[in-house]
Ligand binder design. Structure first.
Ligand code: OXD
Ligand code: MN
Length: 587
């Protein structure tokens, strides 16, 4: 089969010529096609079917042990001019990288099937949605893409005869980690990923397109592509607000997006609904309000640690039609299992495929084990999650894992200060990316691995929103759920209790509460403590400012700004100076 789009057909044939697949299959997105592919994956041993009563339509899968996370050191932004990639990206000259990848990938699909996967990022019919194609030799990737994006005929139909599709090539190669490349060519809207089958490297619609390529397009066209969840909150007065929140990978975006408020809040009429858990495309509406769409159709969530206590909605979302990767398997029940889910079953196969017992002292599931589940299955999914216009945004939240210093919540003094808070945010690293876990790194807007262009231009772009008079700017906040005490205990209970912080934000947005004007930003005079298992002393710690520690922080933030190159707007240094000065004022 081919399509009726001659430009598309020519590109597919040109790629097939050097990739040399034995067979080409165009994916149409039908149930019959999906059933056949899953059966084929089971036959090949890639998928193990799960219990058809408790996990219908679901499969367990394991990756190669060297292919379990995003590989930031093997991820490249390929442009003509190095300065356009900026100091936060690995850069490669675009023609040289293109030639190199051509050489490396020549004949890599020999004897294999090449799937042509048309995919749509964003709701069907939305003016903000965009079409991409991924040519892949991985049936596992096709099965995951089917959940994460709208694939097949719907994307082909949306494209029609247009030629502005993102062109992506992916091959598992031989999973050689030394020759693993995740390459982006923003100037020609191309993606090449080679030698990895891991979601964040191989499902090109997600990080590659919806963040790295899309952020460069958003820069040119006046919108934002961000690493943000989107949630809706309804108050007892029936007002509804949507928030976008940026936390680094594996820092609780999925949990926050799907949180279930405590009983007292539910009884009072509070409600949380989910629009997305990872990526937001934010456009300016005709009324000047910012509107966000979730470009994805599924969740690629971290399984480890997900439980009835931490995120029952995620568990419910993943109860059918779900792919589990690198969890353990309970072979008796034919169910996935991971640390934190429940008591450990008697027998387990670990993520490496071996018989496992607790005495081994290893984890049965990989800490970055994942579930790929359709968003439509989420009990808290918002009625407007597929709205073509997107949902109107009242607030933007930044946050990271900070064991000390950062208070529970801060409100930015204005847009510029909010951009500074986002730019200087820091977090302890997690298992979502290869490398050391638990070291503090600055992660601007949680986008460090995903800004597809020069970070200085990115900050200028964010600042430009306050210069566009038509825009009604949302408030910007910073949160930290991860403060610990001297014994390492998390002080804030987190999860559903985080609604108490949202309650304060909503009151600020609705102009219903005053804030304390502190050196580091506006802060609550108090947080609703009704039925909260947290002492007054704990709350005081969470809302305290240690000036000595903040002076060190301000210095460290200044040092960080100096690493961001000469395109960084001077306003960020001004904000740093203002912070330093405020810290010297008498309390
Ligand atoms: C993800 C990530 O998988 O950020 O969403 O790594
Ligand atoms: Mn993410």
């Amino acid at each position: 089969m081919t399509s009726s789009n001659a430009v598309l057909n020519t590109w597919v044939s040109e790629c097939a010529e050097y990739l040399e697949p034995a067979k080409i299959i165009w994916i149409n997105g039908s149930d019959a096609e999906s059933n056949a592919m899953c059966a084929q994956l089971v036959e090949a041993g890639t998928f193990t079917p799960l219990n058809s009563a408790t996990y219908p339509g679901s499969y367990w899968s394991r990756s190669h042990p060297n292919d379990v996370a995003r590989v930031e050191d093997r991820t490249f932004i390929c442009t003509g001019d190095k300065a356009d990639a900026g100091p936060t990206n690995n850069w490669a000259e675009k023609s040289a990288m293109s030639t190199k990848m051509r050489g490396l990938m020549s004949g890599c699909m020999r004897g294999r099937t090449m799937y042509v996967v048309p995919y749509l990022m964003g709701p069907v019919g939305s003016p903000y949605s965009k079409v991409g194609f991924e040519l892949t030799d991985s049936a596992y990737v096709v099965a995951n893409m089917r959940i994460m994006a709208r694939i097949g005929d719907v994307a082909l139909k949306t494209l029609g005869l247009a030629t502005d599709f993102v062109r992506g090539v992916h091959s598992i190669g031989n999973l050689d980690s030394e020759k693993r490349y995740i390459c982006h060519f923003p100037e020609s809207r191309e993606i090449i990923s080679f030698n990895s089958n891991y979601g964040g490297n191989a499902l090109q619609g997600k990080k590659c397109f919806a963040l790295r390529i899309a952020s460069t397009e958003a820069h040119k066209a006046g919108w934002l592509a961000e690493h943000m969840l989107i949630l809706g909150i309804t108050t007892p007065h029936k007002t509804k607000h949507y928030f976008c929140a940026a936390f680094p990978s594996a820092c609780g975006k999925t949990n926050f997006a799907m949180m279930i408020p405590p009983a007292g809040y539910l009884a009072a009429g509070w409600k949380i609904e989910t629009v997305g858990d990872d990526i937001a495309w934010i456009n300016v509406g005709v009324d000047g309000q910012l509107y966000a769409i979730n470009p994805e159709a599924g969740f690629f969530g971290v399984a480890s640690g997900t439980s009835e206590k931490t995120n029952p909605n995620a568990l419910a979302s993943a109860r059918k039609n779900t792919i589990f990767t690198n969890t353990a398997l309970d072979p008796v029940r034919a169910e996935p299992w991971w640390e934190g889910l429940s008591d450990c079953p008697e027998r387990l196969i670990d993520w490496l495929g071996n018989e496992w017992s607790a005495e081994l002292g290893t984890k049965a599931a990989h800490p970055n084990s994942r579930f790929t589940a359709p968003a439509s299955q989420c009990p808290s999914i918002d009625a407007a999650w597929q709205s073509s216009a997107g949902v109107p945004i009242s607030g933007i939240i930044f946050g990271g894992r900070r064991p000390s210093l950062m208070p529970l919540v801060l409100e930015a003094r204005d847009w510029q200060h909010g951009v500074y808070l986002g730019l200087t945010m820091a977090s302890e690293t997690t298992a979502a990316a290869a490398g050391a876990v638990g070291t503090l790194r600055r992660d601007p807007m949680a986008m460090l691995p995903f800004i597809g262009y020069n970070v200085g231009d990115y900050v200028k772009h964010w600042l430009s929103f306050s210069q566009r008079k038509e825009i009604k700017l949302p408030k910007i906040f910073h949160v930290n759920w991860f403060r610990t005490d001297t014994s390492g205990r998390f002080i804030w209970p987190g999860f559903g209790e985080n609604i108490r912080v949202l309650e304060w934000m909503v009151a600020r947005i609705e102009g219903k509460t005053e804030a304390l004007d502190t050196a580091v930003g506006f802060m609550p005079k108090g947080i609703n403590q009704n039925n909260l298992a947290c002492s007054d002393a704990d709350i005081a710690t969470l809302l305290s400012i240690n000036r000595e520690a903040w002076r060190i922080e301000a210095k460290s933030q200044a040092d960080f700004l100096k690493t961001l190159g000469n395109r960084l707007p001077v306003e960020m240094f001004t904000e740093n100076e203002k912070l330093t000065q405020r810290l010297e004022l008498p309390v």
